[in-house]
Design a protein. Structure first.
Ligand code: GLU
Length: 545
C-alpha cells in the first residue's frame, strides 16, 4: 500500500489536495515592507481590554506599513465556543469603529476566515504529511494516554508523547488500517524529527532571542472530530493567509518549538513572531492577567457607561504598547494616534500593570483638545443613554451649553478637568439653574462680607460685556473701595483693617455661584449666569449662613 492510499483511507472525502490551496491563495501583492498581521480570537466571550490590546498592535503595524490586518476566528475547540460568540466579536469591533482590512465579517480573498469552515484545507495538509511519512494515526485511548502520563510523572520524566512513549508511531500501515476497519477512533499526530537535546532560538520581535529545546513530541494535528488543533491550524492558516508577523499572547511562547517544527515539516516559510506580554492587575499580593471574567475594568462597556470613549482606550493602550507614545502624544496636540510610528522593539517585555489613573489622565488630555461642538455632540449621545435629566437640559439650552463647554477650552493651555462624559455634569452642574436648585451640597467654607456689598457689586459694577482684563480691574477697584486690599504686604501687616484680599472677594463670588472653592475662571461663570440668577444665588447663600 502506498502512503497516498494510506492517507486516503485515513482522511477520505477531502475534496482537494494541498497544491490546490497553494494556487488558490497566491502570494499577496503588497509593497516591500508591508506587514500582514492578524487578530485571531477564539469565540469565547466579548471583546475586552486584553483582546483590544493584542489586536491594536496588529492593526497599527499593518496600517503604517500599508499592509493587511485580518480577523480570523479560531473556533476549533467547540467546547470553549460560546453561543453567538462569532457575531459578538464582529459586532463588538464594529461598535468600537474598528475595521479589519479583511477577515470574518469584513470580506477578503483568503477566506474562509472561520477555522471550523476550513476543515478540508487542514486535512489536505495533514494528508501531505501522511504521504511524506511525517504524520501518522494514533489509536491510543485516553486511558492509555493517562497511563503514559502517570508513568512519566511517577518516574519524574518529561511528560509527552515522544520517542518510546509514542506508542503508535511505529505501527505499520497494515496494523493501522486494520484498526480503522475495526472502527477504532483515531487522531493524527505529526512525526517529530526533533531532538530535545538540541537548541533552537525564537527570534521574537518584542522579547528578543529566546533559546529553547527542540521539539521531539509527536503532537496532535487532527483531532478525532476531524478538526485541527490550534498548533496545526495556526501553521496552515498563517501560511495560506501569508501572515508576515504573528502577534499573539506570550502564553504561546512555550508552544513555539512545535510551531517551528511544523513550519519546517510542511516546508513553509516561518513568519516573524511577536509575543505580547499581557496587561496585568494586582490582586491581594499577586499579579495576574487582567481577566474578562473577574475584572470590571476589562470590559469595554464599563468605560462606555462612564463616558470614556474608545479613542481614550486606544490612547491608553498605545501608551502601554510603546514606551515613548505618551510623551509624543503630550507634545503633539494636533496629531492623532495614526501619526505615531509603532515599533515592536518599543513594546514591554513583561506584563504591564493596568493603571486607571493613567487612563483618566490621558482622557483629560483627550477631552481638553476636543472642540466644544464635538464635546456637545458626544455629550448628547451619552446623556441620551445614561442621563435623561441632563440630556433634556442640554437639548433645551444648546447655545448656552456650548458656551459653558467652551470655558477655557479653545486656548493654548486648555483646562484638563474632564476625564469622562459623566464628569461634565460633575464639573458644571452649577451652571445649569435647575441642577443648582436641586443641589443639596453645603457651601464650602469662605470668608463672607456683608450681603449688600456683593449685591451692590453685581447691580452696579459687574458688566457682562467687559473683557476679562477690564472685568478684573473693576473687581479690584470695587473690592478695594469696600474693605478689601490688593496689597499683600499691607494686608500681612494690618490684617484687621481689611475683610481680606481682592482674591478673598473673588473666592466669595465663586462659592456663592458654585458652592465650591474651585472652578474655572469666575469671570466666565459670572458672564454666562447673568445678573438675575447671580442675585438669586447671593440671596440663597446669605440665607444659608
Ligand atoms: N486563538 C488564540 C487565542 O485565543 C490566538 C492565538 C494566535 O493569535 O495565534 O488565544
Amino acid at each position: 500500500m502506498t502512503n497516498k492510499e494510506f492517507a486516503d483511507i485515513l482522511l477520505p472525502n477531502v475534496k482537494h489536495d494541498w497544491n490546490y490551496y497553494e494556487a488558490l491563495y497566491p502570494k499577496r501583492n503588497l509593497e516591500k515592507g508591508a506587514m500582514v498581521t492578524r487578530f485571531a480570537p477564539s469565540p469565547t466571550g466579548f471583546v475586552h481590554m486584553g483582546s483590544l490590546y493584542t489586536s491594536f498592535a496588529a492593526l497599527h503595524l499593518a496600517k503604517q506599513t500599508n499592509g493587511i490586518c485580518y480577523l480570523r476566528i479560531e473556533d476549533t475547540d467547540g467546547k470553549r465556543t460560546i453561543e453567538n460568540g462569532i457575531e459578538g466579536i464582529i459586532n463588538d469591533f464594529k461598535n468600537l469603529n474598528i475595521s479589519f482590512d479583511e477577515g470574518c465579517g469584513f470580506g477578503g480573498e483568503y477566506g474562509p476566515y472561520i477555522q471550523s469552515e476550513r476543515k478540508d484545507i487542514y486535512q489536505a495538509y495533514a494528508k501531505k504529511l501522511i504521504e511524506e511519512d511525517l504524520a501518522y494515526p494514533c489509536f491510543c485511548s485516553s486511558e492509555e494516554l493517562n497511563d503514559i502520563r502517570n508513568y512519566q510523572e511517577h518516574k519524574k520524566l518529561r511528560i509527552g508523547y515522544y520517542k518510546k512513549y509514542a506508542k503508535c508511531r511505529d505501527l505499520s500501515k497494515e496494523e493501522a488500517i486494520n484498526k480503522v476497519k475495526n472502527g477504532e477512533s483515531f487522531i493524527i499526530r505529526f512525526r517529530s524529527q526533533g531532538n530535545f537535546e538540541n537548541k533552537i532560538i525564537l527570534h521574537d520581535a518584542i522579547k528578543g532571542d529566546i533559546e529553547m529545546p527542540e521539539n521531539d513530541i509527536d503532537d496532535v494535528i487532527i483531532k478525532s472530530d476531524g478538526l485541527p488543533t490550534y498548533h496545526f491550524a495556526h501553521v496552515v492558516d498563517d501560511h495560506l493567509m501569508h501572515t508576515t508577523h504573528v502577534t499573539r499572547g506570550d502564553e504561546w511562547i512555550s508552544s513555539y518549538p512545535k510551531h517551528h517544527e511544523l513550519f519546517k515539516l510542511l516546508n513553509f516559510e516561518e513568519p516573524i513572531y511577536a509575543h505580547i506580554a499581557p496587561i496585568t492587575i494586582k490582586e491581594d499580593n499577586t499579579i495576574r492577567k487582567l481577566s474578562k471574567r473577574k475584572d470590571k475594568e476589562a470590559a469595554i462597556s464599563y468605560y462606555h457607561k462612564l463616558g470614556i470613549p474608545t479613542e481614550v482606550i486606544n490612547l491608553y493602550l498605545a501608551t502601554i504598547e510603546n514606551y515613548d507614545f505618551e510623551e509624543w502624544y503630550t507634545n503633539n496636540p494636533t496629531l492623532t494616534i495614526d501619526d505615531f510610528k509603532f515599533e515592536f522593539s518599543k513594546m514591554p517585555i513583561g506584563g504591564t500593570l493596568f493603571d486607571m489613573e493613567k487612563l483618566l489622565s490621558i482622557a483629560k488630555i483627550y477631552f481638553s483638545r476636543m472642540k466644544n461642538t464635538k464635546l456637545y455632540e458626544r455629550l448628547i449621545n451619552y446623556t441620551k443613554e445614561y442621563d435623561e435629566e441632563f440630556y433634556n437640559i442640554l437639548i433645551n439650552n444648546k447655545d448656552y451649553a456650548l458656551n459653558i463647554l467652551n470655558i477655557e477650552r479653545d486656548i493654548p493651555r486648555p483646562r484638563k478637568d474632564i476625564a469622562s462624559l459623566s464628569d461634565v455634569k460633575k464639573e458644571f452642574w452649577y451652571m445649569f439653574n435647575d441642577l443648582f436648585e436641586k443641589n443639596t451640597d453645603s457651601y464650602e467654607e469662605v470668608k463672607a462680607c456683608e450681603e449688600d456689598i456683593v449685591i451692590n457689586y453685581i447691580n452696579n459694577i459687574y458688566d457682562v460685556n467687559a473683557n476679562e482684563e477690564e472685568w478684573f480691574n473693576k473687581v479690584k477697584e470695587f473690592a478695594c473701595n469696600n474693605g478689601y486690599t490688593s496689597d499683600k504686604k499691607e494686608y500681612k501687616e494690618n490684617p484687621d483693617k481689611y475683610i481680606g484680599m481682592v482674591a478673598t472677594f473673588c473666592a466669595l463670588l465663586r462659592v456663592i455661584i458654585c458652592k465650591k472653592n474651585m472652578s474655572p475662571n469666575i469671570y466666565y461663570l459670572l458672564k454666562y449666569l447673568g445678573k438675575e440668577e447671580i442675585i438669586k444665588r447671593i440671596n440663597k447663600f446669605y440665607r444659608s449662613i
